[in-house]
Design a protein around this ligand. Structure first.
Ligand SMILES: *[C@@H]1O[C@H](CO)[C@@H](O)[C@H](O)[C@H]1NC(C)=O
Length: 316
């Protein structure tokens, strides 16, 4: 892993220096911000201290160019193939043969030069992305927080059969194509917090965590029975939207349901429990948040008898 990080960092620096003077526009690779990532880059032992100095020079006050505006001349690839050393043990290798740097976006940097690819994880936080970049086929975890992505298209994650987690927190997403995610066979975690999404797309039944908090989901933002067959779902976070009902039915596996600060006014006595079966216990659902909704929880006293804990919310 150390060797791989060194390799990527080294390439990253060398390419930027080589590429910069010969081009009319200068590119600034994505800044490293190790504190955001699961792997602490600082703790890795870099043999070549020069890397740090180069990196500092590169990232201080460099002019920032919008990714979408980069259009390298036709026939002159940014990174000629002979300059890219391929190591047989590199963790991320696309089947398309583009190697350690990941696939080339048309007219853009290779994804693993713009972003950081470590193992199956691709980190693209805060690099001014306006669209999802083409990802190496082996990607399991994709992070693109704090960017300017506006839409997630059907083609963005097509055939990403190993993808487990997508985190696009704090973008400008208004729309996710209805069929953009439903065919991902291993997707477990979708984090789309802090966007402008009006409609939750169809998701595969492999989901364990869905966080669509702080978006624009209204009364029709979540389809009927959207979570019905998600037999692994543990966490459903829909805080800060405009939902006017609790999405039903809730899978029995669910542990946390966060619906605070919505527009929920009504609840049925069998929203959580089963009125026909007095012995039914919903043991796992121990964290229900309904505060900051125009609902009076005291009106449905029978609705919580099967729960380990009464939901948080207005009880008077
Ligand atoms: C909430 O419901 C309870 C039980 O029906 C009722 O006594 C109470 O007045 C209601 N509170 C408000 C603010 O409507």
């Amino acid at each position: 892993m150390k060797t791989f990080v060194n390799l990527v960092l080294g390439l990253f620096i060398v390419k930027a220096i080589v590429a910069a003077p010969s081009r009319q526009v200068r590119q600034t690779p994505g800044r490293y911000d190790a504190s955001n990532y699961d792997v602490d880059l600082e703790k890795l032992n870099f043999e070549d201290q020069d890397i740090y100095e180069y990196e500092d020079e590169l990232t201080i006050d460099e002019p920032q160019i919008e990714i979408g505006t980069l259009t390298p001349p036709v026939g002159e690839p940014l990174l000629p193939d002979e300059e890219v050393p391929l190591k047989p043990h590199t963790p991320v290798q696309s089947t398309g043969g583009s190697g350690v740097l990941g696939p080339d976006a048309q007219g853009d940097l290779p994804t693993c030069l713009l972003c950081t690819c470590l193992g199956g994880s691709v980190y693209c936080d805060d690099v001014k992305l306006e669209t999802v970049p083409p990802l190496p086929k082996e990607t399991t975890h994709f992070y693109a927080r704090y960017n300017k992505i506006k839409k997630i298209h059907k083609s963005d994650f097509a055939e990403m059969n190993k993808l487990k987690r997508i985190d696009v927190t704090s973008n400008q997403i208004t729309e996710i194509d209805e069929d953009a995610l439903r065919s991902l066979p291993q997707l477990e975690e979708l984090v789309v917090r802090d966007n402008k999404i009006r409609q939750l797309p169809e998701l595969p039944n492999t989901m364990t965590l869905i966080d669509v908090s702080h978006n624009k989901l209204g009364g029709k933002g979540i389809k009927n029975e959207a979570f019905k067959d998600m037999n692994n779902l543990l966490y459903l976070y829909v805080t800060d939207n405009s939902l006017d009902h609790i999405p039903l039915p809730l899978p029995h596996t669910l542990r946390s349901l966060h619906l605070q600060n919505n527009n929920i006014q009504m609840m049925h006595e069998d929203t959580f429990c089963n009125l026909k079966d007095i012995n039914y216990i919903r043991r796992s659902l121990e964290d229900v948040r309904l505060d900051a909704n125009p609902i009076n929880l005291s009106r449905t006293p029978q609705a919580y008898i099967c729960l380990p804990r009464v939901p948080t919310g207005r009880l008077y």
